[in-house]
Design a protein. Structure first.
Length: 487
């Protein structure tokens, strides 16, 4: 049996006064037991989402004291923020619990391996979780080479690593050899055991240490995989590998906040983007900090997980949030990136609001559909022309009868200089496609333009069939309910 017990005071007339959260007490004739652990594989197709949820089920354990953790196939934690544990349930004298983990869909779809670990007083259990395939046959074996990026030789020994990965093997009985200029390499090699890929086949990887001198002197290296009914080989060098853009240097860039975000939240998101991160890089060695120049205060920074950049690289965004007023007051911010094993030394990039010259509020014109379009009685186009504004950051929203229109229903161009020889003045346009019947029925359509030099930061013009001429209103428009500490 199980129950929650409380500390109480008994009054003279039998009333009870209890307090506190209580203590859970379980009485059982069962002996303590370690959990049995089972993988939970997602079903259905959520292909539009970036992440996918997997899980593991712990059953038949006693007492109710269990912790979960999740690692990837490199035995690195996926991060506490990416998994959770649900409350345990008492069933037939023992407990059952579930843990869920959020992982990248791209990694899962490529049969990436994850480990669920359940820690219990009676013993620790680990279960692998990997995507399953209903296909009994597997593809032809393939070989993938991951060679060093240009700045990978960052240690004092000026060495780096080349990885050779052989996938879709029918058997794990395969031997991998490394050669340099057709002569076998016998040292500095690490080779994995066969890893099941969930489709009835195996993957094996092997790494070899090479020197900067050999790599930059364009020595040729070869990876050979040999086994029953398989013989794969690939030869590569610095020129051949970099020809496809595979050894790009890691880059760091700062991205200013968007005016639309500042308008809706009164906050400014400062983004530091780290690109061209090699697949084998250790995420735990990446550290990004944002600081404010005026007081050298370090700002709270939120980093994304590795995000796919093509098939050979990752990128990461590190975002710090400040009040929009700080950004507008020409404050300078610095992003500092350290990445052991990837960057030779820390990289610092500054970010501040551009000096744009004389600010100019835009002129806004809303143009009705053409007569030719109306005569077709199909889809008609409303055009919002934004002219002669500076700086170039702006946003456009459309309303129909004072209700927001889906952004998929209209197109907004980027800001373009009106003239290459005159002072800075930009123009842009937005086109809204609507059903001809909606226009002919007298529906009102409003183009809302946001710009920092407008009164109240926004302006709207409304047009319909009956007025024929757009009306102008300056408004303080609330486009989001997002809470913000900045005012």
């Amino acid at each position: 049996d199980t129950a929650v017990y409380y500390c109480v005071r008994v009054w003279s007339r039998g009333a009870l006064d209890y307090w506190g959260k209580g203590t859970m007490v379980t009485v059982s004739s069962e002996s303590p037991k370690a959990p049995s652990l089972f993988p939970l594989i997602p079903s259905g197709d959520n292909s539009e989402s970036r992440d996918i949820t997997i899980g593991c089920l712990a059953k038949n354990f006693l007492p109710n004291s269990i912790d979960f953790s999740w690692d990837n196939e490199q035995n690195q934690s996926i991060g506490n923020q990416n998994y959770m544990k649900f409350p345990s349930i008492l069933l037939d004298g023992t407990y059952t619990a579930v843990s869920q983990a959020k992982v990248l869909r791209m990694t899962w779809d490529q049969f990436g391996l994850f480990y669920c670990k359940a820690t219990h007083p009676q013993g620790t259990k680990i279960v692998p979780v990997i995507r399953q395939s209903g296909e009994s046959s597997i593809s032809e074996p393939t070989m993938l080479i991951r060679a060093p990026i240009l700045n990978a030789f960052s240690s004092i020994y000026l060495n780096s690593t080349v990885t050779c990965e052989v996938s879709d093997l029918c058997s794990g009985n395969v031997v991998i050899h490394w050669l340099k200029e057709k002569r076998e390499i016998t040292t500095g090699i690490t080779t994995s055991k066969p890893i099941p890929n969930g489709r009835g086949g195996y993957t094996i990887w092997s790494k070899v240490v090479i020197t900067k001198e050999d790599w930059f002197s364009e020595k040729k290296f070869t990876c050979e995989a040999k086994g029953k009914n398989i013989a794969l080989s690939e030869t590569f060098s610095l020129p051949s590998f970099c020809k496809g853009g595979n050894c790009l240097d890691v880059t760091v860039e700062t991205i200013p906040p968007a005016f639309a975000d500042m308008f809706t939240t009164k906050s400014a998101n400062l983004t530091c983007k780290i690109s061209n991160i090699p697949l084998e890089a250790d995420y735990s060695k990446l550290n990004v900090t944002w600081t404010r120049a005026s007081d050298q205060k370090e700002l709270p920074t939120v980093m994304t997980n590795f995000l796919a950049q093509g098939t050979d690289f990752y990128y990461v965004n590190a975002v710090a949030t400040v009040c929009a007023t700080e950004w507008k007051e020409d404050e300078t911010f610095t992003c500092k990136v350290t990445f052991e094993g990837v960057l030779v030394k820390p990289v610092e990039k500054t970010l501040e609001k551009d000096s744009v010259g004389e600010p100019k509020a835009p002129s806004v014109y809303v143009l009705p559909p053409s007569l030719e379009e109306l005569n077709l009685r199909e889809t008609v186009t409303l055009t919002c022309l934004i002219k002669n504004f500076n700086p170039s950051d702006f946003f456009v929203r459309w309303l129909q009868n004072e209700q927001p229109v889906s952004e998929s229903a209209y197109f907004t161009s980027k800001a373009t200089l009106e003239s290459k020889i005159s002072s800075k003045a930009y123009f842009a346009y937005s086109m809204l496609n609507v059903n001809e019947q909606e226009w002919s029925a007298g529906n009102s359509f409003t183009c809302v333009v946001g710009h920092e030099d407008l009164p109240y930061s926004s302006l709207q013009k409304t047009i319909n069939k009956n007025t024929g001429k757009p009306t102008l209103v300056n408004v303080s428009l609330v486009l989001s309910d997002t809470s913000s500490p900045c005012y």
